[in-house]
Design a protein around this ligand. Structure first.
Ligand SMILES: [Ca+2]
Ligand SMILES: [Ca+2]
Length: 201
């Protein structure tokens, strides 16, 4: 009986520790912009007299929220609004019009305890890119005709470009979207990878 009681006490002890750890975080359902700024500032260990993050909630889900955040920086708005950051994460090319600081994509996730960059959130399994893609500025990798769907017409166009029968009409998006293996070349290896992605759908 003593053993049972001590086991129950030990379990209660750890439950208390865990719930205290959760309580130390911020509930993410009702974070205002000031609270978001504090949260990211704490994550990057900024002192209060440093610049504050400019933040907004992109979308709140059941277990986490997506946050847009950047320190005020010299912006790129005079650069013809060209997209300045492109990064492949999972099956998507994530785009940002600004080079945000300190994280260039400027998209974070918060689960009530930890702050993650978009890449960290995907790497740690907090969510998949497909769960959040519709709320972000993204293109689907392999979708070279940019119609939002990955299918045989993308394969056909990609093969024609590789065979130099045609050119991409808008290289700015299509070239990075076509380079699935990220080796800065578009070739038959990329076609095979797009075929595999279609087979998995
Ligand atoms: Ca397509
Ligand atoms: Ca390639």
């Amino acid at each position: 009986m003593k053993k049972i009681i001590s086991t129950v006490l030990i379990i209660a002890f750890f439950v208390t520790i865990v719930s205290n750890a959760v309580a130390e975080g911020y509930p993410f359902k009702d974070l205002d912009n000031d609270a978001l700024s504090t949260l990211l500032g704490e994550h990057y260990k900024l002192s209060t007299d440093e610049d504050e993050f400019e933040c907004s909630i992109i979308k709140t889900f059941d277990d986490y929220c997506l946050i847009r955040g950047s320190l005020p920086i010299w912006t790129t708005e005079n650069w013809n609004n060209s997209i300045t950051v492109q990064r492949k994460i999972g099956d998507y090319l994530v785009l940002s019009k600004n080079v945000n600081q300190p994280y260039d994509l400027g998209v974070f996730a918060y689960d009530g305890i930890n702050v993650y960059t978009l890449e960290e959130a995907v790497e740690t399994g907090l969510f998949k890119m497909s769960d959040v893609a519709e709320f972000l500025n993204v293109k689907l990798m392999g979708d070279v005709d940019l119609n939002g769907i990955l299918d045989m017409s993308d394969i056909t166009l990609l093969q024609k470009v590789i065979a130099r029968i045609t050119l991409f009409s808008d290289e700015y998006y299509r070239t990075p979207v076509a380079d699935i293996d990220q080796n800065r070349k578009t070739d038959m290896y990329d076609v095979v990878l797009v075929q595999r992605m279609i087979a998995k759908l």
